[in-house]
Design a protein around this ligand. Structure first.
Ligand code: IK2
Length: 423
């Protein structure tokens, strides 16, 4: 009798948008890459100095293993920094788990807290890994799309115009619902949930005894006076929420892959079990550099020279530049309130796409592939952030990352201007 090779839990999750589009960028001569979400500018000098100091530290011990659940200095500084933001007196050893990027924090969360038969509510558009991670844990994702509230003639759309329908959301909660995933600021839309929206979600979580997994990797990147609110800081939510962050996004150093999960000990202890039986340690040098960088930010919190103040200021100018450029060439950008992506409607863009080899391939996938091959310009199709049942309704948007050097954005503008999009 022949044995099945692969484990059943990985069935149907072999496709991955990052693998596919990173490969395409490598294969073609791409002049402008506004695809995957990483800055093409350097992390701040102080963070790089801390990394170098850690690497060459005289005893050399920072090149060895450190505490499995988080380098002591990093968890201490994170506890100090975030206690006020969560309105909780955080215990460095019990309320924080340091992980290899926010990705691993998400993985530990789903593996530790989702069981066979559990339902997990996922709001669309969603960061694509939530769906396979729920499935690998044996759970079932239950999707609910953000809905476009209203169209105002002549006024550019904002990510804030996309909202949850409270009744539709309430109807998604069943006896099997174990958790809801929220991502604010959202990737790819840039929506930053308002207090009222978070209170509505919190009320449903409390009423239905449901956990909340809150992905907040873009927490410092909010624009135009928008406020980032941590759902765990709302009444009754700390005890049921895992809040996830990323040093990669915080300090523009995605390659360092340092992330974390905050939460009450009765939840976090189960994440520690997954962590100790999978990754166990995270790189020490990177954790030391992140700890020192947070310490510096702690001392100048909210001051004009703080990186957490300066980075969003710089990014909002880049966002505005890209919005102007896309509008001028006939795309319809949705202005993000946060994060470092924006999505634009390509329905009005005329291109002669070749016949699809796969008839089920969404239009935006075909469009972006054509753009990479023919224009040397990479972006990401937005239907990748939707479930298979809802993809077809959202296949005329593409995502641009604007966390790029001004030169890169100027090069993007030149390509768009020379490409007559509406004829
Ligand atoms: N959560 C969200 C919402 C993210 O956007 C990311 C990083 N994604 O960037 C790729 C892209 O969208 O182009 C993560 C989690 C993972 O963060 P980390 O790099 O810290 O693992």
């Amino acid at each position: 009798m022949s044995k099945q090779i692969h484990a059943r839990r990985i069935e149907g999750i072999d496709k991955n948008v990052w693998v596919e589009f990173t490969q395409l960028v490598v294969e073609h001569k791409v002049n402008v890459n506004l695809g995957q979400g990483f800055p093409d500018f350097s992390p701040p000098e102080f963070a790089k100095e801390y990394f170098k100091d850690a690497l060459f530290e005289s005893g050399g011990m920072l090149n060895q293993y450190t505490r499995a659940f988080g380098h002591p200095l990093l968890v201490k500084v994170l506890a100090q920094f975030f206690s006020k933001l969560f309105g909780q007196d955080l215990d460095a050893n019990l309320n924080i788990l340091v992980t290899v990027g926010a990705y691993q924090a998400l993985f530990c969360t789903f593996q530790a807290l989702i069981d066979e038969g559990d339902e997990v509510i996922v709001i669309e558009p969603f960061f694509d890994c939530y769906e396979p991670m729920v499935k690998m844990a044996g759970g079932t994702p239950v999707f609910i799309p953000l809905r476009l509230k209203s169209l105002k003639e002549g006024v550019p759309l904002s990510s804030g115009d996309w909202m949850l329908d409270p009744e539709e959301l309430a109807a998604k909660f069943t006896a099997k619902t174990k958790a809801i995933v929220i991502n604010s600021p959202n990737n790819p839309l840039g929506k930053v949930y308002k207090k009222q929206e978070l209170e509505m979600i919190a009320e449903l979580c409390i009423k239905n005894n449901v956990l909340c997994f809150s992905d907040e990797v873009y927490e410092w990147l909010v624009y135009d006076g928008t406020e980032h609110i941590r759902i765990a800081s709302l009444p009754g939510m700390w005890d049921r929420t895992i809040s996830i962050g990323s040093a990669g996004k915080t300090f523009s150093a995605t390659g360092w892959k340092v992330g974390w999960a905050f939460g009450p000990d009765h939840l976090l202890r189960h994440l520690r079990t997954v962590h100790q039986n999978s990754l166990y340690h995270c790189p020490t040098v990177a954790q030391e550099a992140v700890a020192q960088s947070f310490q510096k930010e702690f001392e100048r919190f909210s001051e004009p020279e703080s990186y957490f103040v300066q980075l969003p200021q710089q990014l909002s100018l880049k966002r505005d530049q890209l919005v102007r450029c896309l509008t001028a060439v006939g795309m319809k950008p949705i202005v993000p309130e946060g994060g470092y992506f924006l999505i634009a409607d390509i329905s009005g863009v005329k291109v002669d796409l070749p016949e699809p080899s796969d008839r089920d391939e969404p239009y935006d996938f075909r469009f972006v592939k054509w753009m990479i091959k023919n224009k040397g310009f990479a972006t990401i199709p937005v239907s990748a952030f939707y479930s298979s049942q809802n993809k077809k309704h959202f296949s005329h948007f593409i995502r641009f990352c604007f966390a790029k050097k001004d030169d890169t954005l100027i090069a993007a503008e030149k390509i768009l201007q020379s490409w007559n999009l509406t004829n």
